[in-house]
Design a protein around this ligand. Structure first.
Ligand code: DON
Length: 313
């Protein structure tokens, strides 16, 4: 009997999750946002979704966590939908940095003085300032409703404890925002942009939400389960390219070799990834490797990709 890929996933996913879980012991849960340090070190969950709406989950796939940097992919898309490519890329670049996600080092060196890409913190702060809306509240409301539509989940909302925790301790982001303001590339004031940025980072999701959002990217902007186009194809193409080149920060090259899939990680341990034209995938594992990516989550995705030959390359 030939066992197809979906059947194999159903048969083995749990076993692979349990094999990868112990790797978490070698990682570290993020502490620089105090509220994130409460996450369980050995948590690991995954949800895979196909275009027919079938899904498979394993591990702690239903536990909530905040999107953190994963949100940056979708705020970039919204800014592109609001302003178009040339306006967005006049304020943020397209190149990987090879530095940590919150590094301030290259900001002063870059010519023109714009952040290297929209997925590092400095670039994402600029993108947050470009979202259309009368004030911070209106801009954040547009972001939240866009995310709810992509996830097909009208219940998505902020984790206000994480939001407050980051807002109180985000001194490095605050200093970057002042630098960007000085360079004339912020579309609004420092506290306004940080409020928008901290809010979208603190949107609470589970693996299923991420998998649904990823599925829209896997199908070039159309939700295959409803047939509704939510994002123009060109902007999905841009987002997926950034995910490959910068989505796992200074671990992006290693992940491209190991898994070969567009992906975006967050410091809460979430990873959103996809197999183009096939699956949306959400993973969570709060223990991080030194590059800030889920240590067990990366292993699990690499394992799946190699088993089923999913690499794009
Ligand atoms: O600005 C921060 O530091 C966080 N809100 C997001 C950083 C993040 O998720 C980096 N990911 N690996």
């Amino acid at each position: 009997m030939v066992v197809n890929e979906w059947d194999q996933l159903k048969l083995h996913l749990q076993e692979w999750v349990e094999e990868c879980r112990p790797i978490s012991a070698a990682g570290k849960v993020a502490e620089y946002i105090p509220e994130l340090s409460k996450a369980r070190q050995d948590m690991l969950g995954i949800h895979l979704r196909d275009p027919r709406g079938q899904s498979i989950s394993s591990g702690e796939a239903r536990t909530g966590f905040t999107m953190q940097s994963i949100s940056k992919v979708f705020t970039l898309i919204l800014a592109l939908m609001d302003h178009g490519e040339s306006a967005v890329f006049s304020k943020v670049g397209m190149e990987p940095t090879g530095d940590q996600f919150n590094s301030i080092m290259k900001l002063e060196l870059a010519q023109p003085a714009i952040p290297f890409n929209p997925l590092i913190n400095a670039g994402a702060i600029v993108v947050s300032s470009m979202i259309k809306g009368e004030n911070a509240e209106a801009k954040s409301a547009r972001i939240l409703s866009f995310f709810r539509e992509l996830a097909g989940n009208p219940g998505l909302d902020y984790d206000l404890q994480v939001y407050r925790s980051e807002s109180e301790t985000g001194h490095l982001n605050r200093s970057m925002a002042y630098f960007l303001l000085d360079k004339g590339i912020l579309g609004c004031g420092v506290e306004e942009v940080l409020d928008i940025y901290f809010r979208h980072c603190s949107i609470q999701v589970c693996c299923e939400d991420l998998a649904r959002m990823a599925l829209v990217l896997a199908f070039d902007g159309t939700d295959p389960t409803t047939g509704k186009t939510l994002i123009p194809r060109r902007y999905v193409q841009i987002a997926k390219t950034f995910m490959v080149t910068c989505g796992m920060y200074n671990g992006s090259g290693e992940f491209a070799i190991g898994a070969g899939l567009p992906a975006k990680s967050g410091v809460s341990g979430g990873i959103l990834t996809l197999v183009p034209g096939r699956y949306g995938i959400g993973v969570v594992g709060p223990a991080l490797n030194p590059k800030g990516n889920s240590i067990a989550g990366v292993q699990l995705i690499e394992r799946l990709s190699r088993t089923f030959d999913w690499s794009l390359f």
